[in-house]
Design a protein around this ligand. Structure first.
Ligand code: HEM
Length: 268
């Protein structure tokens, strides 16, 4: 007797292949339709879920004005100096102890005994000077190129706050080695702050953590130096760069704008 062959059951709707999307004719699978293809690279995988590549393209690929030169690298150089300070600072914080009785000894330990301690401490110390010099040079560049004018006034103001914060980093970091020089120099500095109009006395009380230089002054300076101000600087650099990307950079003042041929004045 011949074997009876039952007809195949129909494929449920949910398991039917989806209709071809535009550009996927002939049953060809689209680039993101199989797990293997979606996960081809980590970047693709993250981008598929976040669409961050659009933001990266917006930030990185742009036209720059004619005449852009080396002076335009001073802002990025300042940013790299800040990043270097952040990285070396993290390693210093692993050994530094902000207590008045142990701060000096912990700084001495970093220099004389910790692995690469002298190198990291040296980088942080010289890096602070480099950052201050760079921020002033960058400010000079933006000033002399007229980059503070419309529509970049807000970025100039953010820059002024970044300058003050950079100086605050230098001032608060100077106390941390807690040797004779840093101790007395900071007392002088805090007293100078106290002579400022209106807010001066409050500012010096805030910095000292009281009316006199006391046991908690050092931890107050340490918290300002390694948490408060770096956090503010990082956030403001983000805002600063957002505005640079949004508005573009200024052309050097000696560049003349190109006039479309049809707008050129007829010369006799
Ligand atoms: C932590 C400090 C700072 C960092 C990391 C920083 C970073 C940058 C970067 C990367 C740029 C784009 C490239 C360039 O023009 O160099 C820029 C542009 C600019 N910065 Fe800064 N900056 C800082 C401080 C300042 C200060 C102190 C000022 C002024 C008071 C300032 C004002 C400006 C202005 C106006 C622009 C736009 C330049 C243009 O359109 O040509 N920045 N900054």
């Amino acid at each position: 007797m011949p074997k009876l062959k039952l007809p195949k059951p129909p494929v449920p709707g949910a398991l039917q292949p989806p209709p071809a999307r535009p550009g996927e004719a002939n049953g060809k699978v689209g680039p993101l339709d199989t797990g293997a293809e979606v996960g081809k690279t980590v970047v693709d995988w993250v981008d598929e879920r976040t669409s961050l590549s659009g933001a990266a393209r917006w930030m990185m690929f742009r036209k720059v004005p004619k005449g852009t030169n080396w002076f335009y690298t001073l802002g990025s150089a300042t940013m790299f100096a800040f990043l270097s300070q952040a990285v070396t600072g993290v390693f210093l914080a692993m050994f530094y102890d902000p207590s008045p009785t142990r701060a000096y000894e912990s700084a001495r330990y970093i220099t004389n005994e910790a692995f690469l301690g002298e190198f990291v401490r040296g980088m942080h110390k010289w890096g602070s000077t480099v950052m201050v010099i760079l921020v002033f040079l960058h400010m000079g560049r933006t000033f002399f190129f007229g980059a503070y004018k419309y529509p970049r006034e807000l970025n100039w103001i953010i820059g002024v706050v970044l300058l003050i914060l950079t100086m605050t980093m230098s001032f608060t970091g100077y106390l941390l080695p807690f040797d004779q020089r840093s101790y007395w120099a900071t007392i002088v500095g805090v007293n100078i702050n106290g002579t400022g109009p209106l807010v001066g006395p409050y500012l010096s009380d805030f910095l000292r953590a009281g009316p006199e230089f006391g046991a908690t002054t050092l931890s107050r300076f340490y918290a300002i130096h390694m948490l408060l101000v770096p956090g503010l600087i990082a956030a403001l650099i983000g805002a600063h760069l957002y505005l640079v990307a949004k508005l573009g950079t200024t052309a050097p003042p000696w560049m003349k704008a190109e006039v479309e041929p049809e707008l050129r004045e007829e010369r006799a």
